[in-house]
Design a protein around this ligand. Sequence first.
Ligand SMILES: *[C@@H]1O[C@H](CO)[C@@H](O)[C@H](O)[C@H]1NC(C)=O
Ligand SMILES: *[C@@H]1O[C@H](CO)[C@@H](O)[C@H](O)[C@H]1NC(C)=O
Ligand SMILES: *[C@@H]1O[C@H](CO)[C@@H](O)[C@H](O)[C@H]1NC(C)=O
Ligand SMILES: *[C@@H]1O[C@H](CO)[C@@H](O)[C@H](O)[C@H]1NC(C)=O
Ligand SMILES: *[C@@H]1O[C@H](CO)[C@@H](O)[C@H](O)[C@H]1NC(C)=O
Ligand SMILES: *[C@@H]1O[C@H](CO)[C@@H](O)[C@H](O)[C@H]1NC(C)=O
Ligand SMILES: *[C@@H]1O[C@H](CO)[C@@H](O)[C@H](O)[C@H]1NC(C)=O
Ligand SMILES: *[C@@H]1O[C@H](CO)[C@@H](O)[C@H](O)[C@H]1NC(C)=O
Ligand SMILES: *[C@@H]1O[C@H](CO)[C@@H](O)[C@H](O)[C@H]1NC(C)=O
Ligand SMILES: *[C@@H]1O[C@H](CO)[C@@H](O)[C@H](O)[C@H]1NC(C)=O
Length: 336
Amino acid sequence: MDPRCTMGLWRFLFVVVFFLLPDAVPLKIKAYFNETADLPCPFTNSQNLSMSELVVFWQNQEMSVLYELYLGKEKPDNVNRKYMGRTSFDWENWTLRLHNIQIKDQGSYQCFIHHKKPKGMILIYQMNSDLSVLANFSQPEIIEISNVTENLYRNLTCSSIQGYPEPKKMSFWLKTENSTTLYDGVMQKSQDNVTELYNVSISLSVSLPDVTSNMTIICVLQTEPMKTELFSSPFYIDPKDPQLEPPDYTVGIAIAITLTLAIGILPILGYIRWRKKKKKQPGISNERETIKMERGESEQTKKRVKMHVPERSDEEFQYVVNSLEITSGDKSATHF
Ligand SMILES: *[C@@H]1O[C@H](CO)[C@@H](O)[C@H](O)[C@H]1NC(C)=O
Ligand SMILES: *[C@@H]1O[C@H](CO)[C@@H](O)[C@H](O)[C@H]1NC(C)=O
Ligand SMILES: *[C@@H]1O[C@H](CO)[C@@H](O)[C@H](O)[C@H]1NC(C)=O
Ligand SMILES: *[C@@H]1O[C@H](CO)[C@@H](O)[C@H](O)[C@H]1NC(C)=O
Ligand SMILES: *[C@@H]1O[C@H](CO)[C@@H](O)[C@H](O)[C@H]1NC(C)=O
Ligand SMILES: *[C@@H]1O[C@H](CO)[C@@H](O)[C@H](O)[C@H]1NC(C)=O
Ligand SMILES: *[C@@H]1O[C@H](CO)[C@@H](O)[C@H](O)[C@H]1NC(C)=O
Ligand SMILES: *[C@@H]1O[C@H](CO)[C@@H](O)[C@H](O)[C@H]1NC(C)=O
Ligand SMILES: *[C@@H]1O[C@H](CO)[C@@H](O)[C@H](O)[C@H]1NC(C)=O
Ligand SMILES: *[C@@H]1O[C@H](CO)[C@@H](O)[C@H](O)[C@H]1NC(C)=O
């Protein structure tokens, strides 16, 4: 027997055994969202068949055709609308490139090569592949949910967006000079109903009286399936930060408001009074104005900034600003 013929037979058997079995192990393929997936059909043309004898096509698990090459010519007739304009065939290595990958494109694909003979079509090659789609989550970002009235806690949210698949774990690392505490947050997820990408976030409330030394907070997202970790930029809490000392903070705001009023309103009031007096008592044009600031008791929940503008006529302008609300005795803090 001609050894070349035997080899041909072996090749044929190989093809039959490994590629024509319906449960042949499919090739695992990964592609990034919005990018291109390569769906291979690694056919070795041992018989040196011409393209004009072959019918090559790819179909998805619903048997919708992605692309067809009929006797050497592209044939769009059978191609499903959703794949129109999204494919290109690489003649060099028998690979179909599927562009603009979406999460919905996940699933299995098959390529078929038939030899068209006068008697009919003979399947000579088949390849199955499983496509999974990935989208890299953005770098996690810690932002502070600031509330001017809040000074017992620093509330932080860490979020990462537009990734796939769904991650399993998101945590905060709280580092002080001597310790690192791990805080596994309850991950909030939202999935876009068009792109199917996920946004995730976790929240943390740091009780300020517990912060006695500089604290560095880092947020970590563990993504699937490779379990890679994405780290946020560090967020620092310094207990010496003047913002964290309520009295200074209060006084600071009170002074700021008083100054704003003094600069913005007094000249106007002064002008009005000057006009009045000019009518009644011509000749008096100068007057002294004093600003006095009072602070409320610390137990009060509301503090008022009063501004007195003494007048020669003893009429009093009073400006009341409900500026600060200090919650006291709130024990609902989350300690960790
Ligand atoms: C997809 O890619 C296009 C072009 O490369 C880009 O403009 C677009 O923002 C991308 N979309 C997403 C959701 O990444
Ligand atoms: C394959 O066939 C082409 C013509 O169809 C020929 O030019 C080429 O030499 C052949 N190659 C082999 C390896 O037989
Ligand atoms: C096929 O060839 C192209 C370049 O011509 C390359 O980008 C691609 O990765 C190849 N695909 C496979 C499956 O080898
Ligand atoms: C996604 O992340 C991986 C690993 O971090 C990187 O190799 C790859 O280039 C990224 N891909 C995109 C599309 O950003
Ligand atoms: C700030 O806190 C007050 C009182 O706790 C609350 O009514 C208000 O909605 C909060 N504002 C924001 C932006 O969270
Ligand atoms: C950290 O440890 C050192 C040495 O044990 C100690 O002197 C220091 O006070 C500690 N710092 C804090 C914030 O507990
Ligand atoms: C995810 O975050 C992006 C950017 O903040 C936003 O545009 C998009 O609507 C969010 N998607 C969901 C499902 O929340
Ligand atoms: C996506 O969800 C929003 C709100 O849940 C809904 O109004 C919208 O119709 C949905 N879009 C699609 C394409 O399902
Ligand atoms: C805490 O951080 C501040 C700067 O944010 C720095 O000046 C100070 O020395 C730090 N204190 C300690 C104990 O590391
Ligand atoms: C911050 O967290 C504390 C404790 O969970 C909560 O009582 C407070 O309302 C939160 N403040 C804001 C602005 O979300």
